[in-house]
Design a protein around this ligand. Structure first.
Ligand SMILES: Cc1cc2nc3c(=O)[nH]c(=O)nc-3n(C[C@H](O)[C@H](O)[C@H](O)COP(=O)(O)O)c2cc1C
Length: 377
């Protein structure tokens, strides 16, 4: 079976894998799917190094790059400036938010950073168009088959630059309204990302979102995303009209995943109800593993999370305390640590290599479609 979308991208199975881990991207693409590298956490120089490594290891297989160009960011100031420097942004952060996150670490016995570092000078302007545009410049030095944008409609000049390089452009959408805006912006591919998904999500479940988006944006192809971790679900998504699927959570539990083993094991052990949408990580609703860290922020009497990117900046120090202490086996850090995670983690029972995951998808997909055909016969 080679649906149109697969031949468009030169793959033999329309399974798209989002990951911040280069090993996952390469392994999935080499197994016949399409690995898409999440650029978000990388400086332009690091991104250049990662993409070079990916292209060196792909043996010519196609891959994609994902950027985050948020449409909504902290408000423009009185002069209408949309772009703020780190110093401007720090001025908008109430001290209470920084203290709340650090107090939480203190309560769980997670030690402060060495030398009293606060990370204020190094907190990057992640989640901003400024940074994403620098990442785009780097991505266009390479030859991805696909460039995907999250958190809004890609600006017109971005669509034009990507297209001019012969690269296809896609975008995530969590509602029909957003999908129609993406279509109008001229994207080649829409990822209909449902409520169950890890990371930023809207309010509509995948089962309900996908057929509506497929109908609304036709003939633009749609990938179904959110909650998909098996070939049986992939078959269901394609019966709903999707041209393929876009997945994230399942790769966090892969053998190649960049997650510390303690976090990966927490995800494998967790049930679907142990994830929740919370604004405490980025300021926008994003689904994460529920831990005492997310529970503390989501309690009734705690500070209201700040808009993007201020919440990330306010909590960078505390989250860095947690991640650094994990490596030393600190018990409090193990309890507090969270990760983006979708409801699909309830379907995952063991760590597998990416190749095995792709092959399991293929087998279950074929069996499910065969089962439907037999039932009709
Ligand atoms: C660890 C992690 C980080 C993510 N970060 C991004 C991101 O930077 N950009 C993006 O477009 N999507 C991001 N997502 C969302 C995925 O692209 C995808 O939409 C989602 O994982 C699909 O749902 P699933 O997790 O149920 O498979 C992230 C997902 C995970 C698991």
């Amino acid at each position: 079976m080679t649906p149109a979308i697969a031949s468009t991208f030169g793959i033999d199975f329309p399974l798209f894998a989002f990951s911040h881990c280069r090993d996952v991207v390469v392994a999935v693409s080499k197994a016949g799917g399409l690995g898409v590298f999440g650029a978000l956490h990388y400086t332009p120089d690091q991104l250049r190094e990662e993409l070079r490594w990916i292209e060196d290891h792909l043996d010519g297989c196609p891959y994609g790059v994902d950027l985050v160009i948020p449409e909504r960011y902290v408000r423009a100031d009185a002069e209408g400036r949309q772009e703020f420097g780190a110093a401007d942004l720090w001025q908008m952060i109430p001290e209470g938010h920084v203290r709340f996150a650090n107090d939480l670490c203190d309560r769980f016995g997670v030690p402060p950073l060495a030398g009293g570092a606060t990370l204020r000078d190094t907190a990057e302007l992640a989640w901003s168009e400024q940074v994403a545009r620098r990442q785009l410049d780097v991505a266009l030095e390479f030859s991805p088959a696909l460039l995907v944008n999250a958190l809004g409609v890609p600006p017109r000049d971005v669509v034009e630059r990507v297209r001019a390089k012969g690269i296809r452009i896609g975008a995530l959408a969590g509602s029909v309204r957003h999908a129609l805006k993406q279509k109008e912006a001229g994207v080649d591919l829409i990822v209909a990302n449902g409520y169950e998904a890890a990371g930023h999500t809207g309010e509509i479940t995948t089962m309900v979102l996908v057929p509506q988006v497929v109908e609304a944006v036709a003939p633009v192809p749609v990938l179904a995303a959110g909650g998909i971790a098996t070939g049986r679900q992939m078959a269901a998504a394609m019966v709903l009209g999707a041209s393929g699927v876009w997945t994230g959570s399942v790769w966090l539990t892969s053998a190649e995943s960049e997650l510390p083993p303690v976090v990966r094991d927490k995800l494998v052990a967790a049930a679907s109800e142990q994830t929740a949408r919370t604004r405490c990580i980025t300021g926008k609703p994003a689904r994460h593993l529920v831990t005492p860290y997310t529970e503390a922020w989501d309690a009734a009497d705690t500070p209201d999370p700040l808009p993007m990117p201020l919440q990330t900046m306010a909590t960078t120090e505390a989250l860095t305390r947690i991640s650094r202490s994990l490596a030393t086996g600190n018990e409090g850090a193990r309890e507090l640590v969270t990760s983006p995670a979708g409801q699909a983690i309830g379907l995952i029972k063991q760590v597998r290599s990416c190749r095995t995951i792709v092959n399991d998808f293929r087998e279950a997909f074929a069996a499910a479609l065969g089962g439907i055909a037999d039932g009709l016969g």
